[in-house]
Design a protein around this ligand. Structure first.
Ligand code: ZN
Ligand code: ZN
Length: 333
């Protein structure tokens, strides 16, 4: 029950203050609020990118941020996993148990929901193994990096992490995972170096112009990017369920191969029994296989995972480059 103490102001008007023990302060965090970038667009920021920018905003290394602030004392086993999670940080963007742990730890610490920065909404369909899901190293478009650096801080969108995606949705250039200056692989989360710079030699990774042989404008990659882009847009709004996905696959088998699973596997370019194993529950599908399936039949992955078959949507052509690179989201509570 609230109790109050009455005071009088200089005009002898009464006013009251709540007593100390009845006052409940709002939740506190040791961290500043750093808004996620690209929110609501196909360039939604990845969780590893957000973690890195959060560390930079507090002028600490990623290790220090995790060890001293984010990982709670009762989760000390995660600290002991240090060498492992440093090499497996890419999986924080996926549907793995590590992604789930990191999302929940950060949500507690920043008092905000990190929706759409990982592939967790797909976990019921693709499982936790992460096979065929994410690149192990950071992949970047040097032209995007250059534009981001000129206008605001550099960030890494989730779509660049998808293993099936090898070209930039905006520039159609080949994504790179090595430093052009020293050929070192780009680590998933640089500990000290800011995003956009090589963690090994410090070279800036952005470029104004790319040579023509760096273009990856194949018809197949364009369709892959379309399928992936639509998926990224929906990860923020929806969780996908296995039963609906299996219903969608059955519809696809009926529509494209008159119910014959073996014919459907062949028409989709899969080895025998691949789809049969999904339907029997023996194996989770790999995300790159799902994207390949949708490209092969020109259908929407979001619709397939929702139990229906519709043509794929070209969400990329309707997108303004400024909206992608410079969109800033509010934190969800
Ligand atoms: Zn680009
Ligand atoms: Zn380098």
């Amino acid at each position: 029950m609230e109790t109050s103490v009455e005071f009088r102001d200089m005009n002898l008007q009464k006013f009251s203050l709540l007593e100390k023990d009845s006052f409940k302060p709002p939740g506190r965090t040791k961290l500043y609020v750093v808004p996620p970038l690209g929110k609501g667009t196909i360039y939604a920021e990845s969780l590893t990118s957000y973690i890195k920018r959060l560390a930079d905003a507090h002028s600490v290394s990623v290790t220090l941020l995790l060890h001293n602030i984010v990982i709670p004392d009762n989760q000390s086993h995660i600290k002991h996993m240090h060498p492992y999670w440093r090499t497996a940080m890419h999986s924080v963007n996926g549907s793995s148990s590590m992604a789930e742990q990191f999302v929940s730890m950060f949500e507690v610490e920043i008092l905000s929901k990190l929706v759409g920065m990982t592939l967790l909404p797909l976990e019921d369909i693709v499982g936790r193994s992460g096979r065929g899901t994410l690149h192990k190293n950071m992949n970047i478009c040097p032209l995007c990096i250059n534009q981001m650096a000129q206008h605001r801080s550099v960030f890494i969108p989730l779509i660049w992490w998808l293993e099936a995606v090898s070209c930039c949705p905006i520039h159609k250039t080949k994504l790179i995972d090595t430093c052009p200056a020293c050929s070192a692989k780009l680590t998933a989360v640089p500990n000290y170096t800011p995003l956009g710079y090589c963690p090994k030699c410090g070279a800036f990774l952005g470029e104004k112009n790319l040579k023509i042989n760096n273009y990856e404008k194949t018809a197949q990659q364009e369709e892959i990017v379309q399928v992936a882009s639509e998926l990224i847009l929906y990860l923020e709004r929806r969780t996908f369920f296995r039963n609906l996905f299996l219903k969608g696959v059955k519809h696809a088998v009926d529509k494209f191969s008159r119910g014959n699973i073996a014919d459907f596997e062949e028409a989709s370019g899969f080895p025998k029994t691949r789809v049969k194993q999904w339907l029997s529950g023996k194996n989770h599908p790999r995300l790159d296989d799902l994207i390949k399936l949708c490209v092969c039949h020109h259908i929407s992955l979001v619709a397939l995972c929702s139990g229906i078959i519709t043509n794929m949507e070209n969400v990329v052509v309707h997108t303004n480059i400024q909206d992608l690179l410079f969109a800033e989201g509010a934190c969800d509570r």
